[in-house]
Design a protein around this ligand. Sequence first.
Ligand code: GAP
Length: 447
Amino acid sequence: MSKKNTATSSQAQLMDKIVSLCKRRGFIFQSSEIYGGINACWDYGPLGVELKNNIKQAWWRAMVYERDDIEGLDAAILMHPKVWEASGHVENFTDPLVDCKSCKLRFRADQIPEENLKLKKCPECGGELTEPRRFNLMFKTFMGPVEDEAHVVYLRPETAQGIYVNFENVYISMRRKIPFGIAQIGKAFRNEITPGNFIFRTREFEQMEMQYFVRPGTDMEWFEKWREERFKWYLRIGIKPEKLRFHQHGPDELAHYASAAYDIQFEFPFGWQELEGIHNRTDYDLSRHQQFSGKDLSYYDDEIGQKYIPYIVETSAGCDRTLLAVLVNAYDEEDTGKEIRTVLRLHPFLAPIKAAVLPLVNRENMPEIAFEIYKSLKPHFKVFYDDSGSIGRRYRRQDEIGTPFCFTVDSQTLQDGTVTVRDRDTMKQERIHKDEILNFLKEKITF
Ligand code: GAP
C-alpha cells in the first residue's frame, strides 16, 4: 500500500473509531435507529448533549458575556415567507442537481468531474445523467390545516434572518448605538443533496451566528477584526493551531449576499473543511428587508449626523461541526507501556463530565465518603460517582470520555482526609484534602 493510501485509510479508521466511541459512550446516536435510522440525522446522547451545551456556552461567553457590544436573541424558526424572498433564498439558495437514470444516484453537479458532466456519464455506474436542474435547499411546510401555496412556510436555512428582522427591536429596546452586534444560537435546516461524514453535513443542524452592524466604510475593518477574533476562539477551546487555517473566498465562491468572505477551516480526517464563515454582507440584508417589508430600516447616526442602512459583518459557525472538530482534535490513543489507552483530551470546560469520584475499594467506609464528596460537588459541576470494577478500568472509562480529573478515596483518606487527584492527560496523581476539591475544580474548569 502506498504511503498516501495508508494515511487515507488510517484517517478513515480514525473517523470509524470516533463514530463508534460516540455511540458506545453515549455521545451521538443515529436518529430513529430502531426504525433503521433516517439519513443524515443524529441524536445527541447524555454525554453529547453536555459537550454540545458546553461548546455553546463557550461561544456565548466569548460573544455575549465578555463583550460590551453584543446582545443575545432567540428568534422563531418559522418566519414570514416573505423573509426568504427578501433574503434571496427563494431565488438563489439552490444547488445544481443531476440524477443517474440507471443507478438512481443523485449528485451535486458541481461536485462531480467536469468530464462526467460533459459526457452526461454517471461517475458511479457509467449510466446516463439527467440535465442539471436547480434544487432549492429550503424545507417547505404549511402553516395551519390548508396545504396550498398561500400557506407555505419554510424551516429557516440560517438563523441570521431572525436577527435582521429584529435589528430595530433590539437597538431601540436596548438603547444600542452602532457598532454593535446580535448573537443567536439555534437550529437551521437544509435539504442537502449530499449530506454525510457523520455530523459534518446534515439536514438539521445548529448554528452559532453573530451579526455585527457597522457604519458603511468601516465594514472591512470590522471584517478583519472579526475573522481574527473568531480564529482565536477555536484556539481558546483547545483546537491545535496546525489543524486550523483560513480560506478566502474567490469571486466565484461568494454567497449571493457577500462582498468578501473567509472560511475558518479545520483538518478533518476527510480533509480541510469549513467550520465557520465570516462574511461582509454589506447593506444587502437590511436593504432587502426594507424593500420587501416597506419598513424604514435606516439608522440615524448622531455621531456623524447621518442616516444610513447599516452594513453587516457576520460570523457564522456550525455547532455540530465544531463538536466534530473538537472530538477529532481530542481523540488520542496512547501507549502506556502496558496497554493502549484511548483518551479524549478535551478542554476541561468542554468535557461532558468534569470529575469522577471513586472509592478505591467498596469497604471501610470509602464508598460513603466518596459519595458524600460526589454529592457536595453536584450542585456546582457535572460529576460522576463510580464504584464498579477495578480502579484501573474506572480510570480508563473516564479517559475515554474526556473527564479531566478523578478523585479517589483510599485508606489514607480515612486517616488524614486527603484524596488522590488523577490528571487525565498526564495520569499523574497528587493528594489534596477533600475539603479543597471544590476550589480545585473551580480553578481548573475555567474558560
Ligand atoms: N448565515 C450564513 C450562513 O449560514 P453558511 O456558510 O452557509 O453561512 C455557516 O453556514 C455554517 O453553518 C457553516 O460554516 C457550517 O459550520 C454550518 N453548516 C452549514 N450547513 C451545514 C450542514 N448541512 N450541516 C452542518 N453544518 C452546516
